[in-house]
Design a protein around this ligand. Structure first.
Ligand SMILES: Nc1ncnc2c1ncn2[C@@H]1O[C@H](COP(=O)(O)OP(=O)(O)OP(=O)(O)O)[C@@H](O)[C@H]1O
Ligand SMILES: [Mg+2]
Length: 253
């Protein structure tokens, strides 16, 4: 049995306007695997990702109830060190937002903020992050160029590399390839297969095809409820719940 890195129990989330975005969600997320959260728009996928690093603290939330245990510790506890949590739980968004710095600067920024001054450590982090994000070969000779000069697909991998440079334990990816061409998308997907050896990965895919390609485990969300969860292969070929089957087979409407 895989080890569960994250255990979510009876999680419900209501935004200030009364929208109930997550309803009594219970799910375990194993370490060293890609867990995919999929389903139609508005299902609560991004809301759930944002709970995992407490980004919802920054939005208008009326109530969050239930538990989210990471390595056995409830991160919804008000005493949680949120800055430390966000270092452990890195996030990559749909639209890459590179910092107005060099390629190298994008990777060292977080570490420098955290007080790292040793040049060797910073260089190591740059190389490690870029290699893990499958970007190293394309940029190793131009690390001092502005990051904004990279293509969209390269910027997205740079954002992933920046998260990785901070050595998180968990990586949250919210439609990280939605703006990318198939080749860049393929590179990110290949990188994920490598990354899961070291990290816990939670991915909201941009398509059902990507979900099926990448998922070790998959969870189907519909209007704030978790409808079905299981091993990726099983869930996409042999779903148990009719609503999952309809969605997976494109009969949803
Ligand atoms: N900051 C917010 N304030 C109020 N309501 C919100 C907020 N963020 C999301 N919602 C609502 O919560 C519900 C779930 O939204 P969420 O973004 O989590 O869905 P999603 O599954 O990620 O959808 P998509 O596939 O479109 O990205 C929606 O009804 C949405 O309108
Ligand atoms: Mg979303």
């Amino acid at each position: 049995m895989p080890t569960d890195k994250i255990i979510i129990q009876n999680l419900s989330l209501q935004y200030a306007d009364g929208t109930e975005s997550l309803r009594d969600i219970t799910i375990n997320i194993p370490a060293n695997a890609v867990t995919v959260l999929f389903g139609p728009a508005g299902g609560g996928k991004s809301s759930l990702l944002r709970c995992l690093n407490r980004l919802n603290d920054l939005t208008e939330v009326r109530s969050v109830t239930g538990q989210i245990l990471i390595d056995g510790e409830d991160i919804l506890d008000p005493k949680t060190d949120v800055i430390a949590l966000r270092r452990r739980v890195g996030m990559v968004f749909a639209r890459p937002v590179v910092l107005p710095l060099t390629i190298r600067g994008n990777l060292t920024y977080g570490l420098e903020l955290a007080g790292e001054r040793r040049k060797s450590r910073l260089e190591e982090a740059v190389e490690r992050g870029l290699k893990l994000a499958a970007l190293w070969d394309e940029v190793k000779d131009r690390l001092d160029d502005p990051a904004i000069a990279l293509s969209g697909g390269q910027q997205q991998r740079l954002c992933l590399a920046r998260v990785l440079a901070n050595q998180p334990e968990i990586i949250l990816l919210d439609e990280p390839t939605s703006g990318l061409d198939p080749i860049s998308t393929g590179k990110v997907e290949v990188a994920l297969q490598e990354l899961k050896k070291q990290y816990t990965i939670v991915l909201v895919p941009h398509s059902i095809q990507q979900a099926a390609r990448t998922a070790d485990y998959a969870a189907f969300f519909l209007q704030g409820s978790l409808i079905e969860v299981g091993e990726g292969k099983e869930l996409f070929t042999n779903p148990k719940v009719k609503r999952t089957e309809d969605y997976v087979e494109g009969r949803f409407g």
